[in-house]
Design a protein around this ligand. Structure first.
Ligand SMILES: [Zn+2]
Length: 386
């Protein structure tokens, strides 16, 4: 299914916003925007500006970790009375309530009544595992009261299997008729898997059907960028336009998460400022390009020291494969600060922390080489944009 690549923005969005990210800056919120700024709901201490990031889950990798209370990876960008999700990891629906988003306290509704769009960085399961929770049980948490359909954007079909690491026989291919589905195909498969439930909710509870609630799109890229999904590093490119409404303009760029491809970072430009979400990535020049002048850069981080303790030498073939994947496809604490500095990001927020149970102190080393404000992300942290 095609996306709206290259389309013009709606008339309601200002020229300054349409001109792009770097121009949108702190302190330029309109009077109307200021009027919509809301104090934190009861129970949350920090005042929220009209536009803010909420970290819903900050665990890197699978969130089943008895040593960590971090939920799976997911973030929200809130603009006034509407919000947008980046990824939908373990616990996202529960975290939307805990973050008191949307109509979280409205009888008969719920936090999903204000969700507008979901942007998937890539299709590793820890980033998408609770999509079905959003759109099936979510019917009873305000989804039916949202401005439907919710837009769902993410990578398209990889096109071919990734190479097998190391020597030895290749493993059995899962679903050989379509082993690398993209976002649209994944969503259609989820609908089929939960068809009994969706049909029951529609017929017995008169709830909307998936065809009414979700409109899925694969992010289209120029053919020369997708010709070799096994290419490493990722191809250099300029950001591509993904989505726009009267609150946000969203663009995306390929990042370094080989062998996963495509993997995206997203930039949201608003009247109040800009926020960029790295997704899973090793050090990426594309990401630095996308994040130029961003008010908030939410970037993943990984502890090399932790990995070397978990996988001491000598390593088995499996251990070596996992170690090399993690080091090549993620960004170490030492590398993330200089990347944010090159981007000129004003605030660097660390999320997708590997390990999720690491002591807070180690993440503060990301200050090295970075002159802006560092936030070591915790679940439900609010970071104001503008
Ligand atoms: Zn990943």
């Amino acid at each position: 299914m095609a996306n709206s690549l290259g389309s013009k923005g709606p008339a309601g969005l200002s020229r300054r916003l349409l001109l792009g990210g770097a121009a949108a800056s702190v302190g330029l919120a309109s009077a109307a925007a200021a009027a919509q700024a809301a104090p934190a709901p009861a129970g949350l201490k920090k005042p929220r500006s009209r536009t803010h990031v909420v970290l819903l889950g900050t665990a890197g990798g699978p969130a089943i970790n008895p040593r960590s209370d971090r939920e799976g990876i997911a973030s929200a960008l809130v603009v006034g009375d509407r919000y947008y999700l980046v990824d939908a990891g373990h616990g996202v629906t529960k975290q939307l309530s805990r973050a008191k988003l949307g109509g979280w306290d409205k009888p008969g509704s719920g936090p999903l009544d204000s969700l507008r769009a979901v942007f998937l960085t890539h299709l590793h399961s820890d980033h998408v595992t609770d999509l079905s929770d959003l759109f099936s049980p979510g019917l009873f948490s305000g989804l039916g009261a949202a401005d439907l359909p919710i837009k769902l954007y993410g990578p398209g079909n990889r096109g071919q299997l990734p190479p097998v690491f190391g020597s030895g026989a290749a493993p059995e291919v899962v679903a050989p008729d379509n082993p690398t589905p993209g976002t649209v195909e994944m969503w259609e498969s989820l609908v089929r898997a939960f068809a009994m439930d969706f049909n029951d909710r529609a017929r017995d509870n008169r709830q909307p059907t998936p065809g009414q609630t979700v409109e899925a799109h694969d992010i289209e890229l120029p053919p020369h960028l997708t010709a070799d999904p096994n290419g490493n590093p990722h191809p250099e490119m300029d950001p591509v336009f993904v989505y726009e409404d009267d609150r946000v303009r969203v663009s995306a760029i390929l990042v370094q998460h080989a062998p996963v491809f495509p993997a995206f970072a997203y930039r949201f430009d608003t009247e109040d400022g800009s926020a960029v979400f790295s997704g899973d990535t090793g050090p990426s020049d594309n990401l630095v390009k996308l994040a130029q002048g961003a008010d908030v850069l939410v970037h993943e981080a990984l502890s090399r020291q932790f990995l070397e303790e978990v996988y001491p030498e000598p390593r088995s073939a499996v251990q070596e494969a996992v170690l090399q994947h993690l080091l090549g496809a993620h960004t170490t604490i030492e590398d993330v600060g200089p990347l944010a500095e090159r981007a000129g990001a004003k605030t660097l927020v660390l999320n997708h922390l590997v390990p999720a149970h690491g002591p807070d102190q180690q993440w503060k080393r990301a200050r090295n080489g970075y002159s802006g404000t560092l936030v070591v992300g915790r679940d439900l942290d609010v970071i104001n944009v503008g």
